[in-house]
Design a protein around this ligand. Structure first.
Ligand code: HAM
Length: 419
């Protein structure tokens, strides 16, 4: 197969019938937001590159290695969004939403792009539901966001996951902690690559999965033990509210996220049924993001859920994602007159809200009955020119095989009543 006959590496097509489960999963993840006053926002798929390099952080893999960056014909450097938070914050600033009622509660859903090494659950084009509450720094709001993410997963029936929670401190305590960690790391036996990583962001070393590195980190200083009084009080209050909301979590003092903007509350949902790519969602508070993008010095908190990974998690738990839609009534016709009748009947049924379909392309009775069967319709109408002459159509109930002749004048109403 030539390259233009397949989707680009790390991407995939969503096709029916599986795509119905995708839509249902996406809607289930969004459903809790609609009961919590979040408003839908849509930003461009690409932004000025600086939105991400300044927003997400130059030292992250996302910015330094994974962005799809290009120059447009006007010479601007643009980047396909690797995540939504920076773009949503850009919109919050541009439209001065900070001058209105706060927090600005926003959600969005769509494609994100990262040039990552593709593997199960990790794609170059993937879908996130992303949620932000901007402009207010209140631990109760942190708890609300975490609980909403949790409710989305629960709504799909997921149970086999952990909510990992920690606090990453803020500008008043993280610099001192960072110095402590740098000092600690300097005394370890680390390879050159790891040393370089430590020089850019020492916290990231804590997340190193290699046993020889982990063994040396047992006594590493942890941010949670060095929080300022204010950030500690903030974190305590978040945990109190989460308990009140009935959300359980595990403390994850070594949690390191792949984006640089996080401060204070930080969390990740990790599914136990997935392999290396086990994070089904994550987020946290970001005190400096608005100012970094030229906005007022306001805090925000948010999370994003990976829709594709959530579907894999549901599969790993053997869950069926209930889909809506499908065909209620399928109309099979025999003869020219019957075809005209069938097309008209399908139009009437659809206008009345009944999902109806018929056969196209003159496939004969056998092919038409096969199509009817495949459609999954509960009722199949069979109508021939002779039936029409007699003023009836045959209505077959697929579950029982029972077939009755229904007068044409009653057909649409009786079908509508039967679904
Ligand atoms: P993130 O942890 O980079 O956070 O991504 C959130 C979720 O998107 C991940 O937990 C994962 O499920 C999914 N995801 C990420 N990369 C891929 C990939 N290559 N293939 C498939 N799924 C993927 C953010 O993006 C932050 N903007 C979240 C946030 C919002 N923080 C505050 N507000």
């Amino acid at each position: 197969m030539s390259d233009i006959q397949r989707a680009p590496k790390g991407t995939f097509d969503r096709l029916p019938p599986d795509s119905a489960a995708y839509l249902a999963a996406r809607d289930a993840l969004v459903a809790p937001l609609l009961t919590a006053s979040y408003g839908y926002v849509e930003t461009p798929v690409f932004e000025e590159t600086a939105v991400f390099s300044r927003g997400v952080g130059e030292s992250t893999d996302v910015v330094s290695k994974e962005m799809y960056t290009f120059s447009d014909r006007g010479g601007r450097s643009l980047t396909l969004r690797p995540e939504f938070t920076a773009g949503v914050m850009r919109a919050f600033i541009e439209h001065r939403l900070y001058a209105g009622a706060l927090p600005a509660k926003l959600w969005t859903v769509g494609s994100a792009f990262r040039y990552e090494r593709p593997q199960a659950g990790r794609y170059r084009h993937f879908t996130q539901v992303s949620v932000e509450a901007l402009g207010v720094d209140d631990p109760a709001l942190d708890a609300e966001l975490v609980a909403l993410a949790d409710a989305g997963f629960r709504g799909l029936g997921l149970t086999d996951y952990d909510l990992q929670l920690t606090s990453l401190g803020d500008a008043t305590c993280r610099p001192q902690y960072r110095d402590l960690l740098v000092e600690f790391l300097a005394g370890l036996d680390l390879d050159e690559d790891t040393r370089q990583r430590a020089a850019i962001n020492p916290l990231r070393v804590l997340d190193d999965k290699r046993p020889e590195v982990q063994a040396q980190l047992a006594d590493a200083p942890l941010m949670v033990d060095h929080l300022s009084d204010a950030t500690k009080a903030h974190y305590d209050a978040v945990r109190q509210h989460l308990s009140d909301l009935g959300v359980s979590w595990v403390e994850a003092p070594r949690l390191v996220r792949g984006l640089d903007y996080y401060t204070k509350t930080t969390f990740e949902f990790v599914h136990r049924g997935l392999g290396a790519q086990a994070s089904i969602g994550g987020g946290g508070r970001y005190d400096g993001l608005s100012a970094a993008l030229g906005g007022p010095d306001l805090s925000g908190i948010g999370y994003a859920v990976g829709v594709d990974r959530t579907i894999l998690a549901a599969q790993a738990e053997g869950l069926d994602i209930p889909v809506t839609g499908g065909t209620d009534v399928f109309v099979v016709h025999l003869g020219e007159e019957a075809k005209r009748f069938a097309v008209r009947l399908v139009g009437q049924l659809r206008a009345a809200g009944v999902a109806a379909d018929t056969v196209y392309g003159g496939r004969g009775l056998k092919g038409a009955m096969k199509a009817a069967d495949r459609s999954g319709a509960a009722r199949v109408v069979v109508v021939g020119d002779r039936d029409l002459a007699e003023g009836v159509a045959q209505v077959k109930t697929m579950a029982t095989g029972e077939q009755v002749a229904v007068p044409l004048g009653e057909l649409a109403d009786s079908l509508r009543a039967s679904v």
